[in-house]
Write a protein that binds this ligand. Structure first.
Ligand SMILES: C[S@@+](CC[C@H](N)C(=O)[O-])C[C@H]1O[C@@H](n2cnc3c(N)ncnc32)[C@H](O)[C@@H]1O
Length: 291
């Protein structure tokens, strides 16, 4: 007689009390805020982790991620993967990138400066699989092309998702990720292969990826001297207190006169009045006053 493998039992629905416990845990560890209306979304994502771990109740899973063992800690990172939204693509929000290219870079680098060379520091906060920092690297590369050797450019890409960071380091992308990438840029900065398009080494060399939890104040304080920060479509997942904390760190990390870009559906209203707002057609840019 053959025995069929047992199908994992579906956990019973997440109770309100369990929801509150997970919500508070995720908020405490990663700052991501699940409102009551997202209960079912969280339940689905947790159910996936339960299956992976071979556990049958949410309670067991809660105890597991709270154990101080190596496995418990490792599972906490898997939970981060399950609860983050990593949607991104190259050349996302073209009007904003146009402003970055034609207004902001030109304010930082005038015709004289471009020939002389210099340093440029950018930070892509919540960079997901790397499309955003690589887009910035390509735009900077285009602008500095004749004088590239005279420039020292570093773009940091930080995220809480180790899976996404691995993808970013690989630098291999599907057509879907490249849907807004202009054809000449595609030809100049990507090498097609059987699995997609690989970012060229010249672009890769400009970007450094690292794990960073925006809840980690000590790590956040170590970043400084930024000319431009992109933190797009990230604070939308945070509550007011976490938004204030993150934006406070970004403000401190910017050089006086430096610029911050946030997502077009995001706002700093009631979050920070420490920036000067600069309105351009199709985009608002936040500038740290020159002091
Ligand atoms: C929707 S993606 C945005 C990607 C890119 N900035 C863009 O606009 O295309 C949001 C990213 O924020 C990251 N994230 C969320 N909470 C985070 C935290 N506490 N620390 C670091 N990254 C976080 C997620 O992992 C995700 O990759």
């Amino acid at each position: 007689m053959t025995t069929e493998p047992m199908a994992p039992t579906k956990p019973r629905p997440l109770t309100d009390q369990e929801f509150s416990r997970f919500r508070d845990f995720i908020y405490e560890k990663a700052g991501i805020h699940f409102t009551e209306s997202k209960k079912y979304l969280l339940e689905n994502r947790l159910a996936g982790r339960l299956r992976e771990c071979g556990l049958s109740t949410f309670e067991e899973y809660y105890l597991f991620i709270n154990t101080a063992t190596h496995y418990g800690r490792a599972e906490m990172f898997n939970l981060f993967e399950a609860v983050t939204t990593n949607e991104t693509f190259f050349f996302r929000n073209p009007p904003q990138l146009k402003v970055f290219e034609t207004e902001i870079l030109n304010r930082l680098i005038d015709d004289e400066q471009i020939k002389k060379g210099g340093k440029l520091r950018l930070w892509s906060v919540g960079c997901s699989s790397g499309e955003e920092p690589y887009t910035l690297a390509i735009l900077i590369h285009e602008l500095l092309r004749p004088y590239k050797d005279k420039w020292d450019v570093t773009i940091l890409g930080h995220d809480i998702s180790q899976e996404m960071l691995k993808k970013a380091e690989e630098g291999l992308y599907s057509d879907y990720s490249m849907r807004l990438t202009p054809e000449p840029i595609k030809n100049r900065y990507f090498e097609p292969n059987d699995n997609g398009f690989r970012v060229t080494d010249s672009v890769k060399a400009m970007v450094r990826f690292e794990f960073m939890n925006l809840k980690d104040h000590l790590r956040m304080r170590l970043i400084s001297g930024m000319d431009i920060i992109f933190c797009r479509n990230v604070i939308i997942y945070f509550d007011e207190s976490m938004k204030k904390s993150v934006i406070g760190h970004l403000h401190r990390a910017l050089k006086p006169g430096g610029y911050l870009f946030i997502g077009h559906s995001e706002s700093l209203h009631n979050i920070s009045d420490a920036f000067k707002l600069i309105h351009f057609p199709g985009a608002i840019v936040y500038q740290k006053p020159a002091g």
